[in-house]
Write a protein that binds this ligand. Structure first.
Ligand code: XMP
Length: 513
């Protein structure tokens, strides 16, 4: 259990995760829970402070999400943000009404920087506003601490009760001094020590896993991706050889990737675990023969993966624990009943059903992606693995349009390796969030030397994105594209044309299938 924590109660705002991120960046452990979390649970959790998020509802509507008023009597400081601010005032007897003008975007706010929340904040500061309803009158006992041209109550406080509210969003970067405000809340109001760090997370996790697992046997499906790699190393540090990692090489990985994973996790690598590599390339290729439809390919790969894993698990026998690389965004999304970040077909599902085990261990379920990476570095995992770009479960099969064959896999692997090398050489490999080569199903005429060729066209794609739900195509330098193109056509026999994909998402998707 963490020594000090902040509880974020979610009212459906689009920035709920961002609030948690900001708090953690200030080195305070933080969890997001639904707004209607029972009061006894909150008491049990004993947070140092509570933050109400924004939300899309109108607090005056009958069906608007509301928390129990008792929350203000727990003696725990509360910061209400946007909808959370309106709710706090509404529940405590203030007036919330439709604003005469909707405030949206960068807004100048006059703050009283003699107050605790705005200490060291400029008296005129730019904040991010997004509201149609506003606090017309603060609740009794509150004093107004900030105003805008439109808002008579842009912020208010009841110091005695430890209640603070802001109409704007301190968590978004457009609120120039938002971090200072959050820091003031954490340090000056909640009296947090701000000492939550990744090394303490790693240490605590290892201890907790050890206690939980005892002498038990643990099984982990290792893909070589960031999440499963970090989870596996954490487990191996905790229980060593009691852990078996099964790595299924489906023949659809990037060039040399299978060997790279084996070099890290296999017997020659630094970790003391049981590593099983299953070379199932031929199995997957034969199942995929003649199949052109993208979703069908995905399904076949997902099912075959489960079959292979199942066979291996049977050889190992009954295990006590199965490791899953679930991370915090998945937990928040599913816990709050919203649509998942990643479409269901993106996950190789069904694993738990096919293995005989007693309990699931999810050692990363409290971490955001970049925190998983930090934990990975803390655990000494090589940087190239820790900063690996996302790679889809069905692998190169969805980067080969139409039927997958061993020969096409080779073409796309070689082209992709060249692209990645050139991106790294140009120092751009961390600028694009995902980049790769794909193979079209189109062949065209070319000339090499004096000979006519009739070969495949390959696509190179690079995107920038934060959430992978939307993306922009990366504007790579033409000189780089030219170099990649000429190297691919010269070095990869079977490709005679290179195209750059300059489509965003939407309307396209990141992968080609
Ligand atoms: P799309 O192509 O939907 O991709 O824009 C968004 C992100 O998801 C990854 N992706 C997948 N990951 N199984 C996965 O594990 C899949 O079937 C799959 N399809 C797409 C893609 O690489 C990108 O990061």
């Amino acid at each position: 259990m963490q020594s000090e924590m902040i509880l974020v109660l979610d009212f459906g705002g689009q920035y709920n995760q961002l609030i948690a991120r900001r708090v953690r960046e200030l080195n305070v452990y933080c969890e997001v829970h639904p707004y209607n979390m029972p009061i006894e649970k909150i008491r049990e959790m004993n947070p140092k402070g509570i933050i109400f998020t924004g939300g899309p509802s109108n607090v005056c509507d009958d069906d608007a999400p509301r928390c129990d008023k008792e929350i203000f009597e727990l003696g725990i400081p509360v910061l209400g943000i946007c909808y959370g601010a309106q709710l706090m005032n509404y529940l405590l007897g203030g007036k919330v009404a439709t604003a005469p003008v909707r405030e949206y975007g960068h807004t100048e706010v006059d703050v009283d920087n003699g107050t605790v929340l705005f200490k060291h904040v400029s008296s005129k500061t730019v904040c991010w506003m997004s509201h149609t309803v506003y606090i017309a009158e603060a609740a009794p006992g509150f004093t107004v601490t900030a105003t805008t041209k439109v808002c008579p109550v842009a912020a208010a406080q009841n110091v005695e009760k430890g209640l603070y509210c802001v109409q704007f969003h301190p968590e978004v970067s457009h609120t120039v001094e938002g971090n200072k405000m959050l820091e003031n809340f954490l340090k000056r109001v909640c009296k947090c020590q701000c000492d939550w760090k990744m090394d303490s997370f790693v240490e605590t996790s290892i201890r907790e896993i050890r206690e939980k697992v005892g002498n038990g046997k643990v099984l982990c499906a290792l893909s070589g991706g960031v999440d499963s790699s970090v989870a596996a190393v954490l487990l191996s540090k905790a229980v060593g050889k009691q852990l078996t990692c099964v790595f299924v090489d489906h023949g659809l990985l990037r060039k040399h990737e299978g060997d790279e994973v084996e070099a890290v996790f296999g017997p020659e690598g630094p970790y003391d675990l049981n590593f099983v590599r299953v070379n199932a390339q031929e199995r997957f290729y034969s199942k995929l023969a003649g199949v052109e439809e993208p979703e069908k390919k995905r399904k076949i790969i997902g099912e075959e993966f489960i079959r292979v894993f199942e066979e291996e698990a049977k050889k190992i026998g009954a295990v006590d624990f199965l490791v899953q690389g679930t991370i915090y965004p998945d937990v928040i999304e599913s816990g709050l009943g919203k649509s998942a970040v990643i479409k269901s077909h993106h996950n190789v599902g069904g694993l738990p059903d096919c293995v005989d085990f007693k309990e699931i261990i999810e050692p990363l379920r409290l971490l955001f992606k970049d925190e998983v990476r930090k934990a990975g570095l803390e655990l000494g995992i090589p940087e190239n693995l820790v900063f690996r770009q996302p790679f889809p479960g069905p692998g190169l099969a969805i980067r080969i349009i139409g039927e997958v064959t061993a020969e096409k896999v080779r073409l796309v692997q070689d082209a992709d390796a060249i692209f990645r090398q050139e991106m790294a050489k140009a120092g751009l490999d961390r600028n694009a969030n995902q980049y790769f080569a794909a193979l079209t199903n189109m062949r065209s005429v070319g000339c090499m030397g004096d000979e006519r060729t009739y070969d495949y066209a390959c696509v190179i794609r690079a995107v920038t994105t934060t959430d992978f739900m939307t993306a922009e195509f990366a504007e790579l330098p033409w000189s780089l594209i030219g170099r990649v193109s000429s190297r691919i056509v010269n070095e990869v026999k079977g490709i005679n044309r290179v195209l750059y994909d300059c489509t965003g998402k939407p309307p396209a998707t990141i992968e080609l299938e």
